[in-house]
Design a protein around this ligand. Structure first.
Ligand SMILES: [Zn+2]
Length: 260
């Protein structure tokens, strides 16, 4: 499944450890996933060459160009969001293709890399992944929830379940794009509620630790509002996971393309 091209690039942490994790973990993927890669061999989403990292649409040389965030201080602070990348290309362009052009391939790639980051972070893994929900009107327009797509691929690599039914977005908010930090918090306050029976569903399965997964963090106002709603279901821990975080001073208005 692999060739020697990965060895030809200058492998350094976290790239080296990501490649090692992908290679070790590939054989443990569910059979359905492994068969899909056998039928349609991996092709690098960035350069178009045959992928050399196994069950992921990427080559080692292009992985080395990804905007990895520096590894967290050990031990990682569990209160901080777990974020794999800075919001820079090719991660930013991949997320925009997913959200605004309906290209689902970046979800497979970026969900996998988020799983690799989480597995190597040293933090305890959650028992369940919960994607940040979209309001039904936005879901109807887009046809899918980008966070759910990312979560399904991350979950396959981590052997975790995904629960999309626990949280509801009960209020359509104006797009966060262009709002200052304080306005973003007001905009999403009360926008999420647990689904009826969510607390009982979690208790019956003894689930106390979940990760709430979003595609991009800007000020984090949206995902914190969602986490606050989930915390009311008796969880011990609800950590925030995201593929990328926008750089910039806290409170600075994010780029206009960052609407949800
Ligand atoms: Zn490539």
């Amino acid at each position: 499944m692999f060739d020697a091209r990965a060895e030809a690039v200058n492998l350094s942490t976290p790239i080296e450890s990501t490649i090692r994790w992908l290679r070790e973990r590939s054989p443990a993927l569910p059979l359905r996933h492994r068969l899909s890669w056998w039928w349609v061999p991996a092709r690098c989403a960035c350069c178009g060459q045959r992928g050399d990292l196994g069950a992921i649409d990427l080559c080692a040389a292009c992985l080395a160009e990804f905007p990895f965030r520096p590894p967290p201080e050990a031990p990682a602070d569990p209160a901080l969001p777990l974020v794999a990348f800075a919001y820079e290309d090719p991660v930013g362009s991949g997320l925009r293709a997913l959200k605004y052009r309906g290209d689902l391939r970046p979800a497979r790639l970026l969900g996998t890399l988020l799983a690799a980051h989480a597995a190597q972070s040293g933090a305890a893994l959650p028992q369940l992944l919960v994607p940040v929900p979209l309001h039904p009107s936005r879901l109807g327009e887009r046809g899918f929830n980008q966070s759910e797509q990312l979560a399904r691929h991350a979950a396959a690599w981590l052997a975790l379940p995904v629960a999309s039914h626990l949280l509801r977005r009960c209020r359509a908010t104006v797009p966060q794009a262009g709002l200052e930090a304080a306005a973003r918090v007001r905009n999403v306050a009360g926008a999420f509620v647990p689904a009826p029976g969510a607390a009982n569903w979690l208790a019956a399965r003894r689930i106390r630790r979940v990760a709430l997964l979003d595609d991009v963090l800007t000020t984090g106002a949206t995902v914190r509002a969602a986490a606050a709603a989930l915390q009311g279901c008796g969880l011990e821990d609800c950590r925030i996971w995201a593929v990328a975080q926008v750089r910039g001073p806290v409170g600075e208005a994010p780029p206009l393309e960052m609407s949800e």
